[in-house]
Unconditional design. Structure first.
Length: 365
């Protein structure tokens, strides 16, 4: 059988290794000049005009961003249930209540009508997720937040470089978080980046990441240690120079899959949206788990399921949502499968993926 095609594959090259060695040779490996440069370069690349603050994970970025935006006990923040648990966890960690609402079926993002129905006097903000690299319904959500007097935040963990109507994700909310985990479209080894609408929110995130200090031993607020190291920032700075080409390759790979897959529902791209294909997520209406298993066992093609258990049914978060029914969320959790789309795929790999999917889908028809 041919070699296994993994669903995701981090790309770390010689330039990244040399950048790490350069920092090691400098003797300054904790947060320092590399982090400061990475923050400036990230802003210029993805969200011009907005400050960026580097932290040690995407989850820390969400948590600190929410705290910096004033979210706390007694507040509610509206979130999707169909996402990674970090979204709801981050709200809960502030002392606020995550309010889970349903998604719309095409782009797997928050349904604006469901959001509107969930707003209460306790609602502090709305936190959409740009899932799989496709922008959420930001036109409607931005208008709704303005109309109802609530804040808008962004979970852009998977959406580096995505945009809607020419506006980059990360530029809509009071803050946005980008993940830099190894399987994301670019990585710093581990880490996250928070982009903010104001210098004051950026300052608060900086305080919170560093034990509440701007000046050493002058702690202004109760904070955390969520700093990024210069080692991680050095990797991220190199990756910033490569991510646009990788994204273009992802989009080309996705176009090939779109044109050739049969028997499955391929991803939808909304009008005005630029999809960066962190994941290429199809729907398999019947026996998704059997489909994924057959791809691997019969064709050596990997596929991921993101996410099989909605947040509102996780043991950790279910107490926030007793008796909640989210039909589109449940349907997505049953049907989604993410195929390899990463930049390391060869043309032969792509043709193998197509042949495998079409064969397995045809057998199940």
């Amino acid at each position: 059988m041919s070699d296994f095609i993994p669903p995701a594959k981090p790309i770390i090259g010689e330039e990244e290794r040399e950048a790490v060695d350069r920092v090691l040779r400098s003797g300054m490996v904790a947060q320092g000049p590399e982090v400061a440069s990475f923050e400036q370069e990230f802003s210029a690349h993805f969200v011009p005009g907005r400050p960026s603050v580097a932290v040690n994970s995407g989850t820390a970025g969400l948590h600190l961003g929410l705290l910096a935006a004033g979210v706390g006990a007694g507040d509610e923040v509206i979130v999707p249930s169909f996402t990674f648990a970090a979204t709801g966890n981050s709200v809960a960690l502030t002392g606020a209540t995550p309010v889970f609402v349903d998604i719309e079926p095409d782009t797997f993002s928050l349904d604006p009508e469901a959001v509107a129905a969930a707003i209460t006097p306790k609602t502090k903000g709305i936190l959409p997720v740009h899932l799989y690299g496709h922008p959420a319904r930001m036109r409607e959500l931005e208008a709704l937040a303005s109309e109802r007097g609530v804040a808008l935040y962004e979970d852009a963990a998977q959406a580096h470089g995505a945009s809607l109507d020419g506006r980059p994700v990360g530029s809509f909310g009071e803050f946005a978080m980008f993940s830099l985990y190894p399987t994301k479209n670019m990585t710093s080894g581990e880490g996250g980046m928070v982009t903010t609408a104001t210098d004051e929110i950026a300052r608060q995130v900086k305080l919170l990441r560093n034990q509440g200090m701007e000046r050493q031993y002058e702690n202004e607020v109760i904070g955390f240690n969520a700093r990024m190291t210069d080692l991680h920032a050095a990797i991220g700075r190199v990756q910033l120079t490569k991510v646009d080409a990788w994204t273009k390759t992802r989009q080309q790979n996705a176009a090939f899959l779109d044109a050739n897959l049969q028997g499955v529902v391929v991803p939808v791209v909304a009008d005005g949206a630029v999809h960066v294909y962190h994941q290429y997520t199809i729907r398999v209406p019947e026996d998704r788990d059997g489909f994924v298993a057959a791809l691997k066992s019969e064709h050596n093609v990997g596929a991921g399921v993101y996410y099989p258990i909605p947040n509102h049914r996780l043991p950790s978060l279910a107490h926030f949502a007793p008796g909640l029914d989210l039909p589109e969320t449940e349907r997505a959790a049953r049907e989604v499968a993410s195929l390899p789309v990463h930049p390391s795929l060869s043309q032969d790999d792509l043709e193998r993926i197509v042949a495998a999917v079409n064969t397995v889908a045809g057998a199940g028809a």
